[in-house]
Design a protein around this ligand. Structure first.
Ligand code: UD1
Ligand code: CA
Length: 422
């Protein structure tokens, strides 16, 4: 049977107290909804529909997903109403998996178990057991332990509120069964909404099988409704990243202080100290050492590179054995050839630095090309900007530039030249 996935993402996210739609909230450098779609893609569905409402245009633009059918829910009348908007585009013979745009970290294994549970034609729902069920719908079971209903927190009796099994919101069912049940959902509840969760009691009343699947990890099914829950989800995601790296042979001095906002690929025996932030795409070779409190965005560092503490690297490519920092700022378009050295309080931008060249103290090098074996003395500046245009500085191989030299570009220094201090 083919699989269609419907993702609910039309909510305003009132509890976030934000001007942007909740599903665009940043989790690990990407929108919440991005994570949900990545999880969905792992199941190779025939169709993915995303129901959007609040800030629909912004959501579509931010996600840039061309494998998604966008469905607009003009009026936010509840989760059941939202699923209904997507069903006309779903082939009736498909199994439909409903995901929530604000439940971003469900594992592929759990999703597969849920879909498999609907294969016999039953309504499958993903539940979880927790000591802190506040805010979630509660799973009501009868004396035979069969699920009979989901009761929302606001509609629950004090006795029902003490139930520790909660609704994660995720469901799978044959599309035609889901459509049939949704037609009978009404809005007679505390919020005056058409609840998706009501399909459970309707299924039971209609004699359809309801199959609960209990998630084995509470963290993966936690919803993000406010910024406290967002921060909790962020930590869980980072723990997941940290674990993956450690299993790939990377040492993290403290996995609880690891932040990856994008993708990080590392060779073996690389060591990352505490409070390092990675953004965008970062590739590190083998035996790389990243010191504490560094910030790296879109970088490619070769084997045996060392970045000392408090350095800021953005759009940098560094060859084998390069050493950078502490307190260096290396900006986009900088390529450091093997064994180059960049020391403290040095800024480099859009420059090629040749093999073994050293810029060790208090310098600015911008729009420059340095050959190999160059020594740049302390306080050297390439004056690349004349107030209107930027110009290049070209320095040959084995040049010695004395301290406090100002190279007013455009300027060219030949191979082997020596420039005195000042
Ligand atoms: C929902 C469930 C609750 C469950 C919890 C799990 C219902 C009625 N309740 O509650 O049982 O424990 O999720 O996290 O389903 N949405 C729309 N259109 C709407 C309303 C909501 O697309 O008209 C989307 C939201 O953007 C969100 C998702 O549906 O992604 C869930 O809505 P939300 O309001 O957060 O429901 P909860 O109160 O968390
Ligand atoms: Ca929610």
């Amino acid at each position: 049977m083919s699989l269609s996935i419907v993702v609910l993402a039309a909510g305003e996210g009132t509890r976030m107290r934000s001007a942007q739609p909740k599903v665009l909230a940043d989790l690990g450098g990407r929108p919440l909804l991005w994570h949900v779609l990545e999880g969905a893609r792992a199941l190779a569905p025939r169709r993915m529909s995303v129901v959007v409402g609040a800030g629909a245009e912004a959501v579509r633009e931010a996600l840039e997903a061309d494998d998604v059918t966008w469905v607009t829910q003009a009026q936010r009348l509840g989760t059941g109403h939202a699923v209904q908007q997507a069903l006309p585009a779903v082939a009736s013979g498909d199994t439909v998996l409903v995901l929530y745009g604000d439940v971003p970290l469900v594992s592929e294994d759990t999703l597969r178990r849920l879909v498999a549970a609907a294969a016999d034609g039953s309504l499958a729902l993903l539940t979880a057991i927790t000591d802190a069920p506040e805010g979630y719908g509660r799973i009501v079971r009868n004396a035979d332990n069969a699920v009979t209903a989901i009761v929302e927190q606001r509609d629950a009796s004090p006795e029902q509120r003490s139930i520790r099994e909660i609704n994660t919101g995720l469901m799978a069912a044959p599309g035609n069964l889901l459509g049939e049940l949704l037609q009978r959902v009404d809005n007679g509840n505390a919020q005056g909404e058409y609840y998706l969760t009501d399909v459970v009691s309707l299924a039971v009343a209609g004699g359809h099988a309801v199959t609960p699947v209990i998630a084995d990890n509470l963290g993966e099914v936690a919803g993000v409704n406010d910024r406290e829950q967002l921060a909790a989800a962020e930590r869980r995601l980072q723990q997941r990243h940290a674990r993956q790296l450690m299993h790939a042979g990377v040492t993290l001095r403290d996995p609880a202080r690891y932040d990856q906002r994008g993708s990080v690929v590392c060779g073996t025996d690389t060591t990352i100290d505490v409070n390092v932030v990675f953004e965008g795409r970062v590739t590190l070779g083998a035996r790389v050492r990243i010191g504490a409190h560094c910030h790296l965005r879109d970088c490619e560092l070769g084997d045996d590179v060392e970045v000392l503490p408090f350095s800021h690297l953005d759009g940098v490519r560094a060859g084998h054995g390069v050493r950078i920092g502490p307190y260096a700022r290396v900006r986009p378009g900088t390529v450091l050839a093997e064994d180059a050295r960049v020391g403290n309080f040095v800024e480099i931008k859009q420059s090629d630095i040749g093999a073994g060249s050293k810029i060790n103290h208090l310098s600015y090098v911008g729009d420059a090309a340095l050959g190999s074996g160059v020594n740049i003395g302390a306080g050297t500046i390439t004056c690349n900007y004349d107030g209107a245009n930027k110009h290049r500085t070209v320095i040959g191989d084995d040049v010695f530039v004395g301290s406090d030299t100002q190279l007013v570009a455009p300027v060219k220094v030949g191979d082997g030249a020596t420039i005195g201090a000042g």
